[in-house]
Design a protein around this ligand. Structure first.
Ligand code: GLC
Ligand code: GLC
Length: 803
């Protein structure tokens, strides 16, 4: 069943009913000011950091889940309704939500009044603008009372939801015309404030939430709205809001447009105030003036659409697979941008208060983003590397606002350092910018410790080589990619975090997955060394790769698949010797991609993977699921069977298997798996899958779960980047390389070819792939040996590839 449809021409997903199984959200903003917005207009905004600089409030675990956020009320006679259905919950005569790239549009009609609400964060502004158009489509005059409301968060989202003994005393606002300024804590150490404003004279306001709502009432039925009035309340402590009220009279056929603006301003320390405790509003005034007319808004929305069209034109494909094209050309790349911006911080599942930017997550997100805005990828690589320690280990996370490593989580996740090699190599292959390797980059952000980035990569690699266990395999530490396989931790304390468990002993558990990573990225590092003339180092690294590869063949191969790990007692995990967790997905993906054991082992591992882990939504993490908790396994066995790391389809690692299929040249296997969880392909199962059909979710409950097929944790998942890599570099086979663009498709029998346009190092490559007798590569009309289209200075290059 579907709750909407894709409009490919508009690059929108059109939701046709408000009662989607879960809030289906979109992201606005791309740099500083970000908003989350659901299909009923819920959500929240923040500046750069969802924990430390939260602008509007969001109640996790709220019922209804999504109430609050942006509240609009239209009062027409006895009826109060909201253009996006919530919060008024009045049944609409017509409802539609269109989520586009960086904007959302809500269309709601009631009793002859049509509302159209378009919400976006214009580029290069720190402001969300909400354009509300109300049109009288009835035959009689309409007198409407309209409210627009925002509830402020007192900046630090954690403190805001815990420290009430303080917070209920500090809320402060200023009101000036149709603008409410939120200035809590500005009187002391903060130099930022927010505002909510409308571009027309208001008839009243409220800034104290409890006055506006009234006792025993929620957002669906505020007292002020019921009375069609405002109490002109001025917040002093408690919960400051901005509730703006306007009266409109609309003749039949007439429409009026209002622009509501939610903005964020920082002032220099010495220019904070205009007079005693009155904030300096200069910047706010300028921002408001820039978005005071419909024409200004429309121009900004057009500019945003043009920007996205041009960004996405860097990689577009036309094939016989409409759904593949839709994912590749629009939604997968869009999600890559969102994951790059958000890491795992702010979604409807990630509260924005816990995890900031993850080291491994951000490195992987970059793989699907680097072709879009390489300069931002470059900056990110340096930020990430700057939280590394001198011994090559690293903080696991950092806060985006401070860029400092997160000490509560600490380090000890032994896959982390290798991801830095993965993303740096990907960046250089994309851009040819070797100068990044010389970039002075500190350890632990300490001034004076800077070394060239290349040295960080070197230490990353060395860290793995120097931390190996009894079988010569890399030590796992607190965990590798699978945060929940905690083989050294032995937690028995309820509620304790498995990732930061105090009982952790840096034991001798080993990871076959990290071994696979090391072989793959060690080879990439050696190839990089060759490029920059470090041939001795390349030779040394290849020797280490060989050693770990041999250890993997000897101790990591189980007979029909790769083992997962050795636990702290040197027992194999992910082996036929185990009763549960006999096989895991991760090493099948990485060891096959790394070429360990060649195509023969690769095919056998993939056949076992499919047979034991495959379901209709993809490949499960492990099989059979753990039915009991084991302290020597950790969090993985804490989840009920079929959920999360205990046997769901953890979508992030499915593309590894797709790529593994490509490694053994099995196009049917690759595409067969790709289709099983690519959102557009399962849109018609939305009542089972439940999350948004236009983006990947982290996890889909496995066969052993009570809700098999149900997805959770939409949006912020490494699935976005890896799926893009799998489809673009694996299936379509377009891979940037140091000296050219590789065109090496791995198509299923059902696809005869495709046309593709790829911007690469300033040249637009127009690629046509088709099947034919005469296999080969033709570049600008001339045959070229091999798979690589050489670099060129020409603006356009025509490539024909026959497979
Ligand atoms: C989450 C984490 C990621 C981890 C994965 C598997 O998605 O963000 O870092 O690799 O879970 O545990
Ligand atoms: C939990 C989740 C895992 C995530 C981790 C982050 O363990 O199961 O997916 O990576 O938390 O700390």
């Amino acid at each position: 069943m579907q709750y909407g449809y894709f409009d490919d021409a508009a690059k929108e997903y059109v939701i046709t009913r408000a009662d989607t199984p879960l809030p289906w959200i979109n992201y606005l903003g791309s740099d500083g000011f970000f908003s989350l917005i659901s299909n009923t207009c819920g959500g929240y905004s923040f500046y750069k950091d969802a924990k430390l600089r939260r602008i509007t409030r969001f109640r996790y675990n709220n019922v209804p889940h999504d109430e609050g956020g942006r509240c609009f009320y239209v009062c027409d006679g006895d009826t109060v309704w909201s253009p996006a259905f919530l919060p008024a919950k009045t049944a609409l005569d017509f409802y539609r939500c269109r989520h586009g790239l960086g904007y959302s549009v809500f269309e709601g009609n009631k009793n002859g009044v049509a509302a159209s609400l378009t919400v976006t964060v214009p580029m290069h502004t720190d402001m969300e603008v909400q354009k509300l158009v109300l049109k009288n489509e009835s035959g009689a005059e309409k007198k409407l009372t309209v409210y627009g409301v925002s509830e402020w968060c007192l900046w630090n989202a954690v403190d805001d939801s815990t420290n009430f003994q303080r917070n209920w005393n500090i809320g402060e606002v200023e009101i000036e015309g149709g603008t409410v300024y939120h200035k809590t804590e500005y009187r002391e150490r903060r130099n930022h404030y927010a505002f909510y404003s409308v571009n027309a004279p208001i008839d009243g306001f409220d800034t104290d939430r409890d006055t506006f709502l009234g006792r025993f009432r929620g957002w669906s039925e505020p007292q002020a709205v019921e009375n069609r009035t405002s109490f002109m309340s001025v917040a002093a402590g408690w919960a400051p809001i901005a509730a703006l009220r306007l009266s409109l009279t609309l003749a039949p056929g007439e429409s009026k447009t209002l622009l509501f603006r939610l903005g964020y301003v920082e002032n220099p320390e010495d220019r904070k105030f205009e007079s005693l405790n009155i904030i300096n509003k200069e910047k706010a005034h300028a921002m408001l003036a820039a978005f005071d007319t419909e024409a200004q808004f429309d121009a900004a929305l057009d500019a945003l659409k043009t920007y996205w069209t041009s960004l996405l034109s860097r990689f577009t494909v036309q094939s016989s697979e409409e759904k593949l094209d839709r994912m590749v050309n629009i939604w997968n790349q869009y999600q890559c941008m969102v994951t790059f911006n958000m890491s795992r911080s702010a979604s409807y599942y990630e509260s924005g208060t816990g995890r900031g930017m993850g080291f491994r997550d951000s490195c992987q997100d970059l793989l699907g983003f680097v072709h879009l805005i390489p300069e931002r990828a470059r900056e990110r690589i340096i930020d990430i590397a700057s939280i590394q320690f001198a011994d090559g280990s690293t903080y696991h996370q950092y806060q985006p606002l401070t860029k400092r490593g997160n000490a509560d989580v600490g380090s000890g996740f032994n896959d982390d350092p290798l991801w830095l090699i993965a993303c740096t190599c990907a960046y250089i292959r994309e851009t040819g910018d070797f100068s990044i390797l010389d970039e002075p980059t500190p350890f632990n952000n300490e001034a004076g410790t800077e070394v060239p980035l290349m040295e960080h990569l070197r230490r990353s690699l060395r860290y793995t080589v120097e931390h190996r266990g009894p079988h010569g395999l890399p030590l796992i530490g607190r965990a590798d990619w699978n945060d929940c396989l905690n083989l050294n931790c032995f937690s028995r304390t309820p509620g304790e975090s498995f990732q930061t468990c105090s009982n952790f002993k840096s034991g001798k558990a080993e990871s076959v997955f990290i071994a696979g990573m090391f072989v793959k990225y060690g080879k990439e590092y050696a190839a990089l060394c060759d490029r920059i003339g470090l041939s001795e180092e390349a030779t040394d690294v290849r020797a280490s790769v060989e050693e770990i590869e041999q250890a993997t063949l000897k101790f990591g191969w189980d007979g029909e698949w790769f083992r997962r790990a050795y636990d702290a007692f040197e027992r194999p995990i992910g082996s036929r010797e185990n009763d549960e967790g006999k096989i895991f997905i991760e090493p099948q993906g990485f060891c096959v991609m790394a070429g360990i054991g060649g195509p023969e082992y690769g095919r056998r591992a993939l056949a076992s993977t499919e047979a034991l882990l495959g379901n209709e939504f993809g490949i499960e993490v492990l099989h059979p699921c753990y039915t009991e908790y084991h302290d020597y396994l950790g969090e993985i066995s804490s989840y009920p069977p079929g959920y999360k790391e205990n046997g769901s389809v953890f979508c992030h690692n499915n593309p590894w298997i797709t790529l593994a299929y490509c490694t053994v040249k099995d196009g049917n296997g690759a595409f067969g798996l790709y289709k099983r969880n690519a959102p557009a392909y399962i849109e018609d199962k939305s009542e089972i899958h439940r999350t948004e059909p236009y983006c990947y979710s982290q996890t889909i409950a496995g066969r052993d779960a009570k809700t098999y097929g149900e997805a959770k944790n939409a949006w912020l998942t490494g699935t976005a980047a890896w799926s893009f890599v799998a489809v673009s570099q694996g299936i379509l086979g377009i891979r940037p390389d140091y000296n050219g663009l590789i065109v090496d498709p791995c198509l299923p029998d059902t696809m005869d070819g495709y046309r593709l346009s790829r911007l690469f190092r300033g040249t637009r490559y127009d690629v046509t792939v088709r099947r034919g007798e005469q296999k080969g590569l033709i570049v600008n009309g001339k045959p070229v040996p091999g798979n690589t289209v050489p670099l060129t200075d020409a603006p356009v290059c025509t490539v024909e590839r026959t497979i």
